[in-house]
Design a protein around this ligand. Structure first.
Ligand SMILES: [Zn+2]
Length: 433
């Protein structure tokens, strides 16, 4: 089943013709409306008229998260503020988030693409969608919500947290589809067991899991414990939010990236060179229908590969492989993006704390945990225990306020964290996917 059959099964030559037309319109739009892109295209010696084939995409400079940060909050918008009807944000590498804006048409496109994404996962009108992605500045909750309504399914806007209540609602409301991070789904299954609820007895049929990397082994575990078909979804707020790519239920083999709206490329993260199909590298995406904040060659930092091999579902859109990591140091903790530099910028502002720290990430009972070990100065370390406890609580609170992630702060003796020559090791990730 396809939601936009005409577009999803468009023969490649026709799809590429459409992509070129939309790319040309996008380049013209940002050249005219976004000073950053005018400078960037000028510096590459490009005018909008120079984009004559899809190969010309490679001549366009990249856009990075740093560029978005430098344009905080609205300088990359290509539409006047009075046409922006929604604003979302995701965490940046320091305290300031990355901001995106949507016009009415962008919100409409997003709902359509998210509806398409649901249908690709085998979801239809009549399904009861339990949406446990977070609602708020994060795009997950509202993105899935609008798509579910567009499809005509019944959506339960649960958001994250309060697991016991989630389980009760799923059981009583007869939810047939679950959307959340893969690790949260396993955590819920375990909580259910403790509550004496057999997850396998629920009506859940399909789970759409994303916002963090996972593996085939984890898929098998989820499908076994939740008695549903577990499928991978991909999206990021900079590009749109959830619904950029989705695994089809027919093949369960790679995620179709919606190529009538997004142009994917895989590059070598070191050299920036475009890599051949099937080679692992960093995913770069150009948006070709957005009005609010179109992005040219945005470096997602996600590591994957791309194939245009035909898929048995009949869709002609390229497939990206499961995300296998990041080309930067971003951590995904319970679905939330966290950069070590964000935590560092909090620590350096707290008196008595040394700029030596290490983040220890683990997964206990399927829930990610973060411990922040940080050195305190000599004087403080010999201080009363209650002062140290107050300091640890302050660190935990400030990290929670800025990143949204709950952590445990552990104060350690001066000079006890191993020093390294060259790039300091800031993260120990003990999670096994
Ligand atoms: Zn397919």
């Amino acid at each position: 089943m396809m939601y936009h059959e005409e577009f999803e099964s468009l023969p490649r030559p026709a799809l590429e013709g459409l992509q070129l037309k939309r790319l040309q319109a996008t380049v013209a739009r940002v050249y005219a409306n976004v000073p950053f892109y005018r400078r960037s295209l000028d510096s590459a010696g490009l005018r909008p008229d120079d984009i004559r084939s899809l190969d010309d995409l490679q001549r366009i400079p990249f856009t990075t998260k740093q560029d978005m940060r430098d344009s905080y909050p609205y300088n990359l918008f290509a539409a006047p503020m009075e046409d922006i009807v929604r604003i979302h944000a995701s965490s940046g590498t320091t305290g300031k988030p990355t901001v995106v804006g949507y016009t009415r048409k962008d919100i409409d496109t997003w709902a359509e693409l998210m509806a398409r994404t649901f249908v690709t996962a085998g979801v239809h009108k009549g399904d009861i969608i339990h949406n446990a992605y977070g609602y708020g500045l994060f795009t997950g909750g509202l993105g899935a919500h609008y798509g579910a309504e567009r499809l005509g399914a019944s959506v339960i806007p649960m958001s994250g947290g309060n697991t016991k209540r989630q389980i009760m609602i799923m059981q009583d409301f007869g939810s047939t589809v679950l959307t959340c991070t893969p690790s949260y789904s396993l955590f819920m299954a375990e909580e259910a067991t403790l509550e004496g609820v057999d997850f396998r007895g629920l009506k859940l049929r399909v789970g759409i899991f994303g916002a963090e990397p996972w593996s085939e082994a984890m898929r098998a575990e989820i499908e076994g414990k939740l008695n549903l078909t577990a499928l991978d979804i991909y999206g990021l707020s900079e590009i749109m939010g959830p619904g950029v790519a989705q695994e089809c239920i027919e093949a369960k083999s790679g995620l179709h990236i919606w190529e009538d709206h997004f142009l994917p490329e895989i590059i070598d993260p070191e050299t920036g060179a475009v890599l051949p199909e099937g080679t692992k590298g960093e995913l770069v995406i150009t948006t070709i229908t957005k009005e609010g904040i179109p992005l040219l060659r945005y470096r997602t930092r996600d590591i994957t590969s791309l194939t245009r091999e035909p898929c048995r579902c009949g869709r002609t859109h390229a497939r990206i492989a499961r995300m296998s990591g990041r080309s930067d140091d971003m951590l995904i903790i319970r679905g939330v993006n966290v950069f070590p530099s964000q935590i560092e910028s909090i620590l350096v502002q707290i008196e008595g704390v040394e700029p030596h720290y290490i983040l220890i990430v683990d997964r206990k009972e399927n829930l990610d945990t973060l411990e922040v070990q940080v050195e305190v100065d000599e004087r403080l370390f010999s201080d009363e225990i209650k002062h140290l406890q107050a300091l640890a609580h302050r660190i935990e609170k400030e990290i929670k306020d800025v990143t949204g992630v709950t952590c445990k702060a552990k104060l350690v003796e001066p000079k006890s964290i191993q020093r390294s020559e060259g790039k300091a090791k800031r993260v120990i990730d003990n999670r096994k996917l």
